[in-house]
Write a protein that binds this ligand. Structure first.
Ligand code: FES
Length: 196
């Protein structure tokens, strides 16, 4: 099938502002949108810039807007979105080039919630044991891959306030609900202070 791929392009060294470019390419229904970006870069325009690594939904580096919705380009197939596909950078972060955004504001929010285990008590002779039930309390929140797709769909994050956004809250939950951690109250205060 032939696909029309519309990509928001921006080169800060030559462009006044972002603009769209269209590419007609042959694709299979089971191709990932990431495959299409690769095809454009490898065969049509080597200057196209985007992030990718694992191509299997694990590393979180290829979050983009596909037909207006934040998604991982490697997780979305052509058959999921049809033959007219628009790819744009995720919103709320400065564009560095084409589909690559500056992730630093996102990671600043992430770091602000202390996304690590805090425990100043003397180390026990053996490991700090945890029951299956204690581990299960935060199992879901260990699965965030920090792609920023959720946070950059959030209008409160676009407003560039102190609001940390959903990804940072997930990280705060992951550590605050860990039976070995002692900084839950401190993280809660940070979240409260940064709600506005
Ligand atoms: Fe790693 Fe898509 S390239 S999540």
């Amino acid at each position: 099938m032939e696909v029309t791929l519309r990509i928001l392009r921006y080169n800060p060294e030559t462009d006044q502002k972002p603009h769209y470019e269209n590419y007609q390419i042959e694709a299979e229904p089971n191709d990932q949108v990431l495959d299409l970006l690769n095809r454009v870069k490898w065969h049509t325009d080597g200057t196209l810039s985007y992030r990718k690594s694992c191509a299997h939904g694990v590393c979180g580096s290829d979050a983009v807007r596909i037909n207006g919705v934040n998604r991982l380009a490697c997780k979305i197939l052509v058959k999921d979105v049809g033959s007219k596909i628009t790819v744009e950078p995720i919103l709320g972060l400065p564009i560095k080039k084409d589909l690559i955004v500056d992730m630093e504001p996102f990671f600043e929010h992430y770091r602000s919630v202390m996304p690590y285990l805090v425990n100043d008590e003397p180390a026990p002779a053996e490991e700090r044991y945890q029951t299956i039930e204690q581990r299960a309390r935060f199992d879901d929140t260990t699965k965030c891959i920090l792609c920023a797709a959720c946070t950059t769909s959030c209008p409160s994050f676009w407003a560039k306030g102190q609001y940390v956004g959903p990804a940072a809250m997930v990280q705060a939950h992951r550590f605050s609900f860990d039976s070995r951690d002692r900084a839950g109250a401190e993280r809660l205060k940070i979240l409260n202070d940064r709600m506005g």
